[in-house]
Design a protein around this ligand. Sequence first.
Ligand code: TRP
Ligand code: ZN
Length: 864
Amino acid sequence: MSLQAKKRADYQPPAFLISTVKLTVKLHPTATRVVSILSITRQGEHSAPLVLDGNKLTLIALKLNGEAHTDYEESENTLTVNTQRDSFELYIETEIDPQNNKALEGLYLSGGAYCTQCEAEGFRRITYFLDRPDVLSVYTVTVIGDSRFPMLLSNGNPIDKGENADGTHYVTWHDPHPKPCYLFALVAGDFDLLCDTFITASGKQVALELYVDKGKKDQGHFALASLKRAMKWDEEVFGLEYDLDIYMIVAVDFFNMGAMENKGLNIFNSKFVLAEQASATDEDFFNVEAVIAHEYFHNWTGNRVTCRDWFQLSLKEGLTVFRDQQFSADMTSALSNRIKHVRVMREHQFAEDASAMSHPIRPEEVIEMNNFYTVTVYDKGAEVIRMFHTLLGPEKFRQGMDEYFRRHDGQAVTCDDFIAAMQSATETDLSHFARWYSQSGTPQIRLAHNFDKEQGVHNFTLSQYTKPTADQKEKTALYIPVAIEIIDHTGKQYQDEQGLIKDGLLILDKPEITFTVSSHTEQLTPVLLGNFSAPSKVENPLDIKGLLTIFTHAHDAFNRWDAMQSLYDRCIETLYQDTTAEISPAIWSSLSQAIESEKNNLELLGECLVIPSFETLCQSRENIEVARLINARNQFCDAFAANLNSVLLNIFKGIDGGTYVYNQDAVISRRCKNVILALLARSAENVSLVETQFKHADNMTDSLGALRASQHTCVFEQLMAKFEQQWAHDPLVLDKWFALHATQPNDNILATITMLSEHPQFSMGNPNRVRSLIGSFAFYNSEKFHALDGSGYKFVTDYLLKLDAINPQVAARIVTPLTQWQRFSETHQSAMKQQLARLLNHSGLSKDLFEKVSKSLAYDSASS
Ligand code: TRP
Ligand code: ZN
């Protein structure tokens, strides 16, 4: 096992290239044979041997130009072929064991079907190869299987098929687009098939095929319709057309992540394909559409233009997340999308940046690549692309994108190449902006404001500061686009004297910038970071009155929502500092008015009635005493529900359920209704509302809304039992049920989870089950995970030790909350580190867990 970190700076171009790959895969559960014929060419003047990557392979035969070749060495992770030839054909035959592949990387069996997952470095578990994204080859693949696997799929177009004498059959596929091996895919099984067609802008007909488990056809229509919307959108917004005759999507139950963009043959976690009224929530529908679009958009941003090396991952992921976010905003609503993504940034990305795993969107050092599919690379990466979009404006951004494809179609490139293409479209010098790619950590923006009454001048100083992070001690000022409004208590907008704020945007490219506004009014309110214009924290000096001014008068709806979040945070802080404190009646009456005033704007109202999560509250605090913060939050939620009961109840009753449809208005109504129900359920007299909704719900959003609301009530167990009976047959619905159990802050929660892990539908081998039960506990049952006696930490650790032996990738994700101990009080910290040390001492620990755990523990000694 190699525990050596690879460094971005050590990149070397490949010593050999592989122009064509001919693969023949003869499927067998425990002894699949893979024959690979490679055309290889030496690059440049050197005499080094050919070193291929391989993992868990049994070499059966090796031939060079048709002759048996014996001059080679095998090691645990490589096959070194000694030859002085510059150009040759290599024949490699290997045997692999898909049935015992529980890591779900390479070729494995998922519920009776064969499928592959090669990103990032899974192809080396299928055959010896140059497993790196800058080696692009044209693939011809023959899949051979028996009659239990009538459907045999791979990338590109089918070019041949037939029967073999031994009763097996085969299909041959050819993909004309050169691609790195991480985009290779193979699927074999017996599925229900949904077909459709799409005519591209230039008139080409594309066959669309969606493969789902038998009997689930009805749940596939929405995904297929989403695919067509995504294809159309990419033509309209980016001028990008699909480039093969066929586009296939396969849904499988055993999958480590969301989905995978293999060329022409996407493989999906079934959770992001299957959706119908009875069993899928509005959120599920939303996610299906977003993930379908994400993988489709990769066809250009990822596949046609790919990454030179894995340090450049954000080149494709940040950009593709940005593209799917823009798509979702166009399909649904810009505001709720923005809020959703900002919540992800604040709850998860800021936490990552404050931990030992902090890294820039283009990391410098990696031990296990799978650990770097992070919220930083993906979501902060998307925020950086969004800032390009803000700085250039939509037209020039599009020009930059066009130029990027013009220059790099068919190539494996770097983030610097992307920046250079964007630079070609704008006069703005982007060299300082590019620091977002190399600097980790969350910048904090501060605003100082003083008023010179005599002169009638308001002086503003905007400053930035980035705390040192685990990976990087020195920080410099970033180039930050800060959207700003300056308003007074009537909503009137003011301009700065210096003209630094242009079209509502101020570029903070120094440690601090000052500007002034002339006005005799004392009540000027600065409104910062409109639409979350940069992935930063804002230290807001405003009092409750200022926050209410923003809520009432700011033009930016995101700022209005954010002001409410800050207001709640202030109230919770008061209770955190002093449990006997009371929230003043004036605040409740202001809130009541605010709610009343938005009763016709259910979208904003619904989001404003969500009290910041515990995870969000953690981002602005240190030395956190978990129980005390959770109590303060609960106390606030209870008081909120009690004091605003009548206004909430009125709105709740006024929201017309109507007949079920899935459209934007209906989604907004259901969202608002369920957010309110969760608050109302905190008062015992409203429990019947929860029961009624549960009983009459004709869709999963309302059923689950009622169940979630019942978490604070005495009817929880009873409703959960009913729900289990109703849905025992549907694993994706049971995942929701597992997660609700796992997030209950019961005293006997650990016993409950242990019992549930023995549920007939639960299996440690299925990542969806593990994430919903163990992952939900670790990430979202903060009260019990952080129990002061350390029992929650120990429980998760015990589980991870078992899980790591079969699926390290998933284990390394679930360990995340344990590695983020820095924000908590000493008692928590030492109990968390004790468990991390247990992990580190475990013999046979995967490199996935080793990397995260060792970093987390090392941070300790470095900082103390
Ligand atoms: N490239 C995929 C995406 O973002 C995600 C991915 C990376 C993945 N590694 C994976 C998916 C491993 C499944 C398993 O769309
Ligand atoms: Zn992606």
